[in-house]
Design a binder for this molecule. Structure first.
Ligand code: CA
Length: 232
């Protein structure tokens, strides 16, 4: 079954371009030209994904997103921003965006983000590449800027801790053995090739991101197998 996508964008040329590209890939696309119209459609028709422009006449994209999430609507939302301060607002205010793109962007890039978000939300988790922002509860991982936050609190990770988190969180539920993590990190940093090294880094990572490191909700231990990031 084709995925349904809602585009909320008042600029005709931008909306038409995205709509055309998505239809070429077989998606069923609806365009809303105002925040009010977009919110109404998203709540009542429940599309699989929403592409939401920040700048809209009347209710802006931030408000649409806030109300969507307040209404308990959980489909992935990719926000289109025009400036870096809007990106900060998307990331910092925990509005519930799953990814963002800053204008001008390439349609190919948008398509690959949309595919990744759909896979992550509905599809084969093992294939999910993820978008630029990975979100779980109030944990935000901005892959592009290599920034991690819990709510508005910035968390400082070492390069190795970030890489472990990035690998795990990019594929929620997928179990990584310690050996596999060592292999993945090998290109990144010269690590002691003892698998216990991974335990130490994971333990430090948990101390930084978990409320209670002894009972983690993000980086889980899978007994006898390794580690996995929590699924939504
Ligand atoms: Ca606009």
């Amino acid at each position: 079954m084709s995925s349904t996508i809602l585009i909320v964008e008042d600029e005709f040329a931008v909306a038409r371009g995205i709509q055309y590209a998505l239809q070429q890939e077989g998606y069923v696309v609806t365009v809303a030209r105002s925040g009010e119209e977009g919110l109404d459609f998203a709540v009542h028709q429940a599309p699989d994904l929403v592409v939401l422009d920040v700048r809209l006449p009347g209710m802006d994209g931030f408000e649409v997103l806030r109300r969507l999430r307040a209404a308990g609507v959980k489909m992935p939302v990719l926000v289109l921003t025009a400036r870096d301060d809007e990106v900060d607002k998307v990331i910092g205010l925990e509005l519930g965006a799953d990814d963002y793109l800053t204008k001008p962007f390439g349609l190919r890039e948008l398509m690959s983000r949309i595919r990744a978000l759909l896979r992550r939300a509905y599809g084969d988790l093992a294939d999910a590449a993820g978008g630029r922002v990975i979100r779980h509860r109030d944990l935000l991982i901005d892959l592009e800027r290599r920034r991690v936050q819990r709510g508005n609190r910035r968390i400082s990770l070492t390069a190795t801790e970030f890489e472990i988190l990035r690998h795990l969180a990019s594929r929620p539920g997928r179990v990584y053995s310690r050996r596999e993590l060592l292999e993945l990190l090998r290109d990144y940093e010269a690590l002691d090739q003892d698998e216990k090294t991974i335990n130490v880094h994971v333990s430090h990572l948990r101390e930084k991101i978990e409320d209670d490191p002894s009972s983690p909700v993000f980086v889980l231990t899978v007994r006898g197998a390794g580690y996995a990031f929590a699924e939504r």
